[in-house]
Design a protein around this ligand. Structure first.
Ligand SMILES: [Ca+2]
Ligand SMILES: [Ca+2]
Length: 229
């Protein structure tokens, strides 16, 4: 049974059989905005018909890793972010694989599901904690909306941690539903949570704080200034 994460909740990465969870995926599933409109149809376009159109929603799932000096030591975010804009925030170019292959991103989805919820995550970060460089102490996962709409306009956006692979979900460990929550109205970025090492063991803290940030660089600056401990 998956844990329904509540804002601020801290959990141990321990499975029901007592084993540690070291390999898992963090995924986000979301939908494009669909709407109905009419357009001319028929011979000479003299009649009208109702059609369903969709408006792409480009959410980006990313993460940044910090060392014990609270400095960024690695990251995963879309290579589509312009390096010159990232540089203004002191950030390196985007990439989809972290050092040692410890974390891997499935790639930048620019649209969201069309034609209804397909039940699959649109962007996934696979995590293998055993491959992390020892210097990594905290890993923050966050979500940005590259488009103009806020989270409440998106039909669904669900985040989950699960065992399995990006193509096969074995067991969902924890999940939360972003757009169903009123606190996400008007917001375009979300600091989802952090993995952190304590006494040599990894734990997860669900943060769930949403902001108006329109660019990933703002969200990373916010994490660095207010969330890294
Ligand atoms: Ca995306
Ligand atoms: Ca999907």
């Amino acid at each position: 049974m998956a844990i329904r994460l509540e804002k601020g909740q801290k959990i141990n990465l321990e499975k029901s059989n007592g084993n540690k969870l070291t390999e898992f995926c963090v995924g986000v599933n979301w939908g494009a905005i669909e709407y109905q409109t009419t357009e001319s149809a028929g011979f000479l376009g003299l009649s009208r018909k109702t059609v369903t159109k969709s408006h792409d929603v480009d959410l980006d799932l990313s993460c940044v890793m910090y060392n014990s000096n609270r400095q960024i030591c690695d990251h995963l975010y879309s290579p589509l972010y312009k390096p010159e804009i990232l540089a203004q925030f002191g950030l390196s170019a985007g990439k989809l694989v972290s050092n040692n292959n410890a974390l891997k991103h499935s790639g930048d989805d620019l649209e969201g599901d069309k034609g209804g919820d397909d039940g699959l995550d649109n962007e996934i970060i696979s995590v293998n904690l055993t491959l992390l460089k020892p210097e990594v102490e905290q890993i923050f996962f966050f979500l940005n909306n590259v488009g103009q709409e806020d989270f409440s306009q998106i039909p669904y956006a669900k985040i989950r941690m699960y065992e399995g692979t990006p193509t096969k979900v074995q067991s969902v460990y924890a999940e939360y539903n972003v757009v169903a929550e009123p606190q996400y109205r008007g917001k375009r970025s979300l600091i989802m949570g952090k993995l952190y090492k304590k006494g040599g063991e990894w734990k997860f803290n669900a943060i769930g704080d949403a902001f108006e940030d329109s660019f990933l660089g703002q969200t990373i600056q916010r994490i660095t200034s207010s969330y890294v401990k």
